[in-house]
Write a protein that binds this ligand. Structure first.
Ligand SMILES: Nc1ncnc2c1ncn2[C@@H]1O[C@H](COP(=O)(O)OP(=O)(O)OP(=O)(O)O)[C@@H](O)[C@H]1O
Length: 721
């Protein structure tokens, strides 16, 4: 039924070009980092994660995370108990030792106290029940009325405690989740970790792990801890009662529950893995749909609906098949758990009844023993009754733990592998005397490449050999060469995205981050105020604080948001129309705060002027000003998006910009206008481009030719234009 509904829905969605009209403004879940290629591989094979060949440093140090990488050739094996425990602790612990620990612990303590309260109330009800039924059996009306009053009073007093316990638990879970969400997102977006995870296919669906797994991890961890605590207190309280009534009954119960737990673990051991795969496959399916939405126009132009339906249905079928397996395993387990649950129901009454008949106990004691018996049975049988929930939770722990390990591994990788990598250094040149001292003139060195060789990260193919060059202010450089020769790869290396190769890249720019940075010994004190070596892991993000450098890709990235946010991206990232409602929302999430200092915010007039400067003033009236939200990548043409990217550039005014075919979609008049604008605003540019019309805006050209592997000669040359 579900499969049929999904199939027909997909058919209706992709037929008649419905996809092109669908606008995704309110979906904040649309992270999209999984490659299509990976999906094609996934179709026939199941996935397992195996350790990477870790370097000796990481392997020897047990505190370092265990790195993982997708190996799609072998079926995945579930984690062992020790790994699960390690992962649970690693994921759960940081919050309870964070800056919010005092509040969090107080809240946790109150939840536990309220839980104790609820157990006390249950015990009270057990005794009330005994007296109530005794009064009934004795036909003692006065006593019955008194007991009834007590019962009602206990209800009135007890119910709020149950309600407040749940409320306190859920607010604590929310607090924990909001802290964890920020913690994981920061690590995911730091040091270009998201780029490495995506470009090397390290793990599947990180977005689903941040959104869904974190939510269920925090909620379930708390409710399971409380269930365990409750069961323990319950066990102590009710064991006394049952033991007091008839000790052998207690022993039978103990044996029964231990046996039941062992059998359910044996029967349900495959469920953890099935749950893990289910989460992954559901996320893959959802991601496939997000891709259709995001690429609606291209798919519609290609007429690729049929293809998409097949691919999407295949993804859905993977989830469906796995769920079928999951249901079968759950059903088999259910046969056992249902039998286990109901088989023993009449036992306490049957065992205690002879004592009642012989007058040793009153009638109410039978009811009391049944109730105590059921409580203890429930406590001892936690694993049996909750096995499916426990296996789903284990899958969540496994996925989050794996993600956590990858985040740790990716951010700790840089120092270990530094020997064979391209070195990046950043020199702060706020000091104007230094600027002039470099060449004895007013020009300032902005970028220096020393013996730089660039290799592709996956197969280490050499693209550029031994490149050395210097770019000073107004030294506009054009990078040219045949398609595939490595022009964009050179920019990737300069941007720090690719580190494979050797040589050194040094930026000389204005640094806007923290001042007290270590100085490297090879730079004389009069030359630079501060140097940041990229080998230090934190420095990739510090590098972004360099006001001096800006990159413009061929297809500009359009953020989800207003036109104002487009223009302010990426220099002023956290600016949005903050309403009173927003600030309230931030108050309730104490961890979501501004991340760092920014340069002064451009005014509305500045933004309008920037749009006019790139000949885009007309879109203001078309889209009702700066503050309306649109799917900008769909509503603006590629040329308009490129001009918008130049408006960002003019607002940020960096010293140096790297343009990767950034005017490829523009007519020559607009292209010339934009180059004149950036030239006039004092920005030095390095452009990649194929058009000869670009030559007149540049002073020199770097020509890259395809590498000849048989020769040791560099495959580049520099010539004046
Ligand atoms: N992630 C990657 N892993 C392995 N090889 C890659 C990767 N990205 C690009 N390459 C290869 O590196 C080579 C250079 O690619 P690059 O994008 O730098 O070329 P380009 O000179 O900019 O080409 P074009 O002018 O067509 O844009 C190509 O052969 C490409 O296939």
């Amino acid at each position: 039924m579900t499969e049929f509904n999904t199939t027909s829905l997909l058919n209706r969605y992709t037929n008649n070009l419905t996809l092109i009209r669908y606008k995704p403004f309110n979906n904040t879940k649309s992270f999209h980092f999984q490659s299509h290629h990976k999906y094609l591989q996934m179709k026939r094979r199941r996935t397992r994660f195996t350790p990477l060949s870790a370097s000796p440093t990481t392997a020897a140090d047990p505190s370092k995370p265990e790195p993982v990488k997708i190996d799609e050739t072998v079926p995945r094996k579930g984690p062992d108990l020790q790994t699960l425990y390690r992962r649970f602790y690693k994921v759960a612990a940081p919050f309870w030792f964070s800056e919010d620990k005092v509040q969090a612990r107080i809240q946790l303590a109150s939840v536990f106290v309220l839980t104790l309260g609820t157990t006390g109330i249950s015990v009270g009800f057990n005794f009330l029940g005994r007296d109530f039924y005794n009064a009934l059996a004795n036909k003692d009306q006065a006593q019955f009325t008194t007991q009834l009053t007590y019962y009602l009073a206990a209800f009135a007093g007890g119910i709020p405690i149950f309600v407040f316990r749940d409320y306190a638990r859920e607010t604590l879970a929310l607090r924990w989740r909001s802290w964890m969400t920020k913690y994981y997102m920061e690590r995911y977006l730091k040091n270009q970790t998201f780029y490495q995870i995506q470009s090397q296919s390290i793990i599947d669906n990180p977005d689903q792990r941040i959104v869904d797994d974190l939510s269920s991890f925090t909620g379930t961890s708390l409710s399971f801890s409380l269930t365990l605590f409750n069961a323990l207190v319950d066990l102590i309280s009710f064991s006394n009662i049952l033991f007091g009534i008839y000790p052998p009954l207690f022993v039978i119960l103990l044996v029964y529950s231990i046996g039941g737990t062992a059998i359910s673990i044996f029967l349900g051991k495959g469920l953890i893995n099935l749950n893990f795969m289910q989460e992954k496959m559901e996320a893959d399916f959802r991601y496939g749909l997000v891709r259709v939405r995001e690429n609606a126009e291209s798919i519609a132009f290609y007429g690729g609906e049929e293809n998409e339906i097949k691919l999407l249905l295949q993804r859905f079928r993977n989830a469906f098949d796995n769920l079928t397996q999951l249901l079968i395993s759950s059903r088999n387990l259910e046969f056992f758990t249902s039998g286990y649950r109901y088989l023993i129901q009449i036992l306490p009454a049957a065992v205690v009844a002879p004592m009642y008949f012989s007058g040793k106990i009153e009638f109410g004691v039978i009811n009391q023993s049944v109730s105590a018996f059921n409580h203890i049975l429930g406590d001892f049988s936690l694993v049996v009754y909750q096995f499916q929930a426990i296996s789903a939770f284990s899958a969540v722990i496994d996925r989050l733990g794996e993600f956590d390990d990858v985040l740790d591994y990716t951010s700790s990788k840089a120092p270990v592998e530094a020997v064979d990598e391209i070195q990046l250094a950043y020199i702060n040149v706020k000091d104007s005397t230094f600027s002039k001292s470099i060449k004895g003139s007013d020009t300032q060195k902005l970028l220096e490449l020393e013996s730089l060789s660039v290799q592709t990260p996956t197969n280490k193919a050499l693209l550029i050999r031994d490149l050395s060059l210097e770019v000073c202010s107004n030294d506009h450089l054009l990078i040219a060469g045949p398609s595939g020769s490595g022009k964009t790869s050179l920019l990737r290396a300069i941007a720090g995205l690719w580190r494979t190769g050797k040589g050194k890249i040094t930026f000389y720019a204005k640094y806007t981050g923290v001042q007290d940075q270590p100085r490297t010994p090879d730079v004389a004190p009069h030359e630079a105020k501060m140097v940041v070596e990229k080998n230090n892991v934190d420095n990739i993000s510090k590098y972004r604080d360099f006001k001096g450098v800006f990159f413009l890709p061929q297809r500009p990235y359009m953020v989800l948001g207003t036109l104002r946010q487009q223009l302010l991206y990426p220099t002023w990232p956290d600016v949005s129309e903050s309403t009173p409602h927003d600030s309230k929302a931030t108050d309730s999430m104490p961890f979501i705060e501004e991340m760092s200092e920014r340069p002064p915010l451009p005014t509305t007039e500045d933004l309008v002027q920037a749009l006019e400067d790139v000949h885009l003033g007309y879109i203001l009236s078309r889209f009702n000003g700066l503050d309306t939200t649109n799917e900008w990548a769909s509503v603006l043409s590629l040329g308009e998006q490129q001009r918008l990217a130049f408006a960002r550039l003019l607002l940020s005014r960096p010293d140096l910009v790297l343009l990767d075919e950034s005017t490829s979609a523009l007519d020559e008049a607009n292209e010339a206008h934009l180059y004149e604008k950036i030239n006039a605003s004092g920005i030095t540019y390095i452009s990649i481009g194929h058009r000869t019309s670009l030559c007149k805006f540049h002073k020199k050209a770097l020509r890259i030719s395809p590498l000849d592997l048989d020769s040791n000669q560099p495959n580049w040359s520099i010539e004046p234009l």
